[in-house]
Write a protein that binds this ligand. Structure first.
Ligand SMILES: Cc1cc2nc3c(=O)[nH]c(=O)nc-3n(C[C@H](O)[C@H](O)[C@H](O)COP(=O)(O)OP(=O)(O)OC[C@H]3O[C@@H](n4cnc5c(N)ncnc54)[C@H](O)[C@@H]3O)c2cc1C
Length: 505
């Protein structure tokens, strides 16, 4: 038996009390806190282990927000659209197509927006709402959004939530660690937005860390940025130097030992190197350490490779910076009251409790929006604990496609509203009036939802007109890759079945 140490019993001081406690300030947690406050909750606490919000986005340097529209309609609105609206006003903070270009097949616009993930790869390609952002400006904007609601939201940075306080099956708060020691925050509803189901795992709710080997969620990353080159020039070079570009990619892969790709950022002169370090669990110390050190130890060699193999673009390039935070795609997640699976893309599935209606990055249905039910953020067996973000309930393959930034913002926003409604009405996370939650989301919070009277009918009409994206040639071809078990693969790290051949998240 492994050595153990019996921790002495301890009296934990209560640091604060609130109605809604959000633990984790990433895309999901930040959105949950903002949405709860805007839905009327006056006593929200946002607890975050680091000193800023954004998680993978601002700390992990994940700078691409993809797939927010289908044909000419932007389905992913709400807080995600607000990020775009706010950042678009700040020079250099964000780069992506305006509303007027969405859905266009114009070759010039496709060329213009292709580099920032603002087009589909489906023939005929369309411009879509996708954009690159600057992490520093996003970090600042996220603080501004919280500060605007400071009469309702108290932010606790540098506080690490480590244990749910359970009374039977009901969550009553969280114990956290900080420089002030071990303390507790009591709450009526707790939102676990840690990304790795840190609190749900200890609450008695069922969780799973099963991830298909081919999926991006089973890989970690340490993103770094390269400056002193031109992304436009690099893209032109790749278009005219196919062989050399492939050779350089292979050389870099050999140095690193994993796949990576230099992607453009919000400005032309700084790009981010996304990478996929397979079979690593972002919740394991050894894998976290190997990702951090393994990447950094090879960085100088990689930069030399860019410089020597493509001097016309990278002669003056330098390592701009390294993400302060490990890139965490997936690990533990809840097994909720509904588990999202591949059939959610294969059929136009309808749920009574849909709280987000999101385009994903899947060719199987031509990037058409799918419905995400409230029950996918609702853990089984425990009450007053909700789980939006990258650890929502989805199977070992489907999780790859429902935990990108837009879905994390969308499920976060919905969770915040649900928590506010539960507190206002004295109900619980399980008994909350979901229709009311949907009405607030689709009404004042600008989140289109299917079959909701606050949502313009043109959203459904667009889907029907394009047959839910299921019958395009590209979608049919993608579905032909259905594997023997009858499940669909959405992503592939090695280029196997269903590889969409687009930048993987
Ligand atoms: C390298 C990489 C590339 C990706 N590429 C894309 C892409 O191109 N486009 C896209 O849309 N998505 C992409 N993704 C996925 C996407 O970035 C994430 O799924 C999403 O940002 C997760 O948001 P989240 O809020 O659920 O979790 P996180 O961003 O992980 O946020 C969790 C937050 O909780 C905090 N936290 C964790 N544990 C605790 C605790 N116990 N107590 C207190 N605080 C805690 C963390 O510090 C963090 O701030 C990528 C992910 C990675 C890693």
């Amino acid at each position: 038996m492994a050595k153990t140490y019996l921790e002495p019993q301890n009296v934990v001081p209560v640091y604060d009390e609130c109605d809604v406690l959000v633990v984790g300030g990433g895309a999901a947690g930040h959105s949950a806190a903002i949405a709860a406050a805007r839905a009327g909750c006056k006593n929200v606490i946002l607890m975050e282990r680091y000193g800023y919000c954004g998680g993978d986005v601002t700390g992990g340097y994940v700078l691409l927000i993809p797939s927010c529209s289908f044909h000419e309609k932007v389905y992913v609105r709400g807080l995600q659209q607000e990020w775009f609206d706010r950042l678009s006003k700040i020079p250099g903070a964000c780069y992506g197509p305006p509303d007027s270009d969405i859905g266009s097949h114009d070759p010039e616009l496709l060329k213009k927006w292709g580099a920032c993930g603002g087009t589909t790869r489906i023939e005929p390609a369309r411009v879509e709402r996708g954009w690159m952002l600057d992490p520093t400006q996003t970090k600042i904007e996220m603080d501004i959004m919280l500060d605007e609601l400071k009469d309702r939201i108290r932010v606790m940075y540098h506080s690490w939530g480590c244990k749910p306080i359970m009374e039977g099956n009901t969550c009553k708060g969280v114990i956290f660690e900080s420089k002030e020691g071990r303390k507790a925050v009591l709450a009526k509803v707790v939102i676990d937005a840690t990304g790795d189901a840190d609190l749900c795992r200890l609450s008695g709710a069922p969780t799973s860390n099963a991830i298909d080997d081919e999926c991006r969620c089973g890989s970690t990353a340490l993103v770094y940025r390269i400056g002193g080159y031109s992304a436009t020039k690099y893209s032109q070079w790749r278009a005219t130097h196919g062989e050399e570009a492939r050779a350089m990619g292979q050389k870099i892969r050999d140095i690193h030992g994993f796949m990576s790709g230099l992607m453009s950022g919000a400005t032309d002169t700084v790009g981010w190197v996304n990478n996929w370090q397979p079979k690593r669990d972002c919740s394991k110390i050894a894998d976290q350490t190997a990702t951090e050190m393994g990447t950094r130890l090879k960085l100088r060699q990689v930069l030399d490779c860019y410089r020597t193999m493509c001097p016309e673009v990278f002669e003056d390039a330098f390592i701009y910076d390294i993400a302060p935070q490990l890139g965490t795609r997936g690990s533990h997640r809840i097994v909720g009251e509904v588990v999202i699976g591949s059939n959610d893309w294969a059929f136009p599935k309808e749920y009574d409790d849909t709280i987000a209606w999101h385009c994903t990055v899947d060719t199987l249905n031509d990037n058409a929006p799918i419905e995400i039910p409230y029950r996918a953020i609702l853990p089984q067996k425990v009450d007053n604990l909700l789980a939006p973000g990258r650890h929502i309930s989805a199977d070992a393959v489907a999780i790859d496609n429902v935990n990108l930034i837009p879905q994390c913002v969308g499920t976060g926003q919905a969770t915040g509203v649900a928590a506010a409604v539960a507190v206002a009405e004295g109900s619980t996370a399980h008994t909350v009036n979901v229709k009311k939650v949907q009405d607030i989301l689709a009404g004042e919070q600008d989140v289109p939802l299917p079959r909701n009277e606050h949502t313009d009918k043109s959203y459904t009409e667009c889907l029907v007109e394009h047959e839910y994206g299921l019958y395009t040639e590209a979608a049919k071809k993608a579905r032909e890759t259905q594997d023997a078990a009858g499940t669909y693969r959405h992503w592939s790290l090695t280029g196997g079945a269903g590889n969409t051949d687009r930048a993987k998240g």
